[in-house]
Every structure is written in structure tokens, then in C-alpha cells.
Design a protein around this ligand. Structure first.
Ligand code: ATP
Length: 259
């Protein structure tokens, strides 16, 4: 469902050197990245700040074109077929909403139905299902700006799944949520993957998300994939540590250097 073959992305930045001099420098945000994710997998994507996770997600969703390598999502080249790809993927960015701030939540859903050209009956059924499981009913009529973070996140997740995409890409979907909201979001995501077979790629700094949801974990550091395997295999890389937090802390600090 997702194929990444030798993908890389660099940025040219200008840095101040002394009072007047500026120098151009190339930042390799992601280098020689290769992995495949099969239909129905639930994969966690971990890495310290600045490791290259968001850059990877932007390449997978077509927001950024790779500067090297080849990417296919649902058989499409994301940066060239972004509109076509939108029908096959749902994307949630925990740090910002894709909903219309001043509109009631249900009006955002109606706009999304038109954008994705979803049949009205199918839309109504799907919205009823999502409202039921995500308990959206009490705030469907509220403008998005009046929603709490947890309510807004549930709205964003519903919005990403209204067109029933086979692939769901989540960038920190539980950031800032309290334990109850976090548990609800996790339970919902587990169900989407188990019951609908949706392929899920989840980026998070919350290792509880990873432990509770992901069979497979990929770790990126300094733009390169440093681990790809099961959670148990990840634990085994630092056998002297017992908690996943301690294992990951050791892995992150092993290669730490200022970027
Ligand atoms: N548009 C850009 N211009 C220049 N450098 C960039 C740009 N986007 C990302 N970078 C650099 O690429 C590297 C990877 O950034 P990226 O945002 O992908 O990391 P991340 O793993 O998502 O980090 P975080 O966990 O902090 O969100 C960083 O060094 C970042 O400064």
C-alpha cells in the first residue's frame, strides 16, 4: 500500500555567518529512506525532534516532492497525483485542524462530502457510524472554534475517514489529549484497523500510542531509518532497559548531535 524506495528530501537554507556574511547550506531532512507497508498494517513511526518524520509524511501525502528516490501510495506518485491520491488517503495533523474554524462541525463534514464527491446516502451512513463511535453527536452543531481539543481531534479523525480511505496517516493525533480522550482515540484507531482493514501509519512522541497500537515500529534519526521491526525486536536492541521509554531514550541519545 505504501512503497518508499531510496527517498530523500533536502532543503537549501541560508545561515548568517558573522555580521554581514550569509552562507547557503543544504539540510538533508530525509536520506535514502526505504520501506514498504502492506495493506492492513498498523505501523508506528518514531524519531526525536527534527529526525525527519513530518518531512516523510509530507512526501507520502504529496505536500512535498522528494528530491531523490521513488514513492508510491495506493499505487500513485503522491506529489504528481495529489488530487487522485486524496481519495485513497485520510490525513490527520494533530497540531492543526483541517476543519473550517467558524463553521459548525457538521457543515465541515458536508463540505468534505462535496470535495470528495461522496454519494449522499453513503455519506449519511458513514457519518452516522463515525458520530456513533466517536461520540460526536453533542457537538455536531457547534462551530469548530468552540470545541475542546479532544472534541476537535475526534472531529478531525472523522473528517479524515468520511470518504472511507484505505490508508490513514496520522501525525501526532493524541498530542495534548487527556488520558480519557487519548484512550478513546486509541480504541477508535484500533477498531478502524482491525475491522475495516485500514492501513495506518502513526507518527507520535507518545510511546503509549505505540505500545497499545502498533505491531511494527520504524525509527528515523537524522533523516535515516535506523530500525524497522516489531516492538519486541525494538526492546531487544537495548536488553538492559525494561520500559519502552528507556529503550527509546537510549536509542535517541546514542546518535544525538545538534542538527
Ligand atoms: N521547509 C524546510 N526548510 C528547511 N529545513 C527544513 C524544512 N522542513 C524541515 N526542515 C529540517 O529538516 C529536518 C527534519 O524536520 P522534520 O520536521 O521532518 O522533523 P520531525 O521528525 O517531524 O520533527 P518534530 O518531531 O520536531 O516534529 C530538521 O532539521 C528541519 O529543521
Amino acid at each position: 500500500m505504501i512503497e518508499v524506495d531510496g527517498a530523500g528530501r533536502s532543503f537549501t537554507v541560508t545561515r548568517r555567518k558573522g555580521l554581514l556574511r550569509r552562507e547557503r547550506e543544504v539540510v538533508h531532512a530525509v536520506s535514502d529512506l526505504s520501506f514498504q507497508i502492506a495493506a492492513g498494517e498498523f505501523v508506528g513511526y518514531l524519531g526525536p525532534n527534527g529526525a525527519g518524520k513530518s518531512t516523510t509524511i509530507k512526501m507520502l501525502t504529496g505536500i512535498l516532492a522528494p528530491s531523490a528516490g521513488r514513492i508510491r501510495v495506493a499505487g500513485l506518485d503522491p506529489s504528481r497525483r495529489r488530487t487522485a491520491l486524496a481519495r485513497h488517503i485520510g490525513v490527520v495533523f494533530g497540531q492543526r485542524t483541517t476543519l473550517w474554524w467558524d463553521l459548525p462541525l457538521k457543515d465541515s463534514f458536508t463540505l468534505i462530502r462535496h470535495l470528495y464527491k461522496v454519494d449522499q446516502v453513503r455519506h449519511r451512513e458513514r457519518l452516522a457510524e463515525l458520530s456513533d463511535v466517536l461520540e460526536l453527536g453533542p457537538f455536531l452543531d457547534k462551530p469548530v472554534r468552540q470545541l475542546s481539543l479532544g472534541q476537535r481531534m475526534r472531529g478531525d479523525i472523522a473528517a479524515a475517514l468520511l470518504h472511507d480511505p484505505p490508508v490513514l496517516i496520522l501525525d501526532e493525533p493524541t498530542i495534548g489529549l487527556d488520558v480519557v480522550s487519548k484512550a478513546a482515540v486509541r480504541e477508535f484507531l484500533r477498531g478502524v484497523n482491525a475491522e475495516r482493514g485500514t492501513t495506518v501509519l502513526l507518527t507520535t512522541h507518545d510511546l503509549g500510542d505505540i505500545e497499545r497500537l502498533c505491531r511494527r515500529v520504524m525509527l528515523i534519526d537524522h533523516g535515516r531509518l535506523t530500525f524497522d521491526g516489531t516492538l519486541d525486536a525494538l526492546r531487544a536492541t537495548v536488553p538492559e532497559e525494561t520500559s519502552i521509554e528507556d529503550v527509546v531514550t537510549r536509542l535517541y541519545t546514542r546518535t544525538a548531535e545538534p542538527r
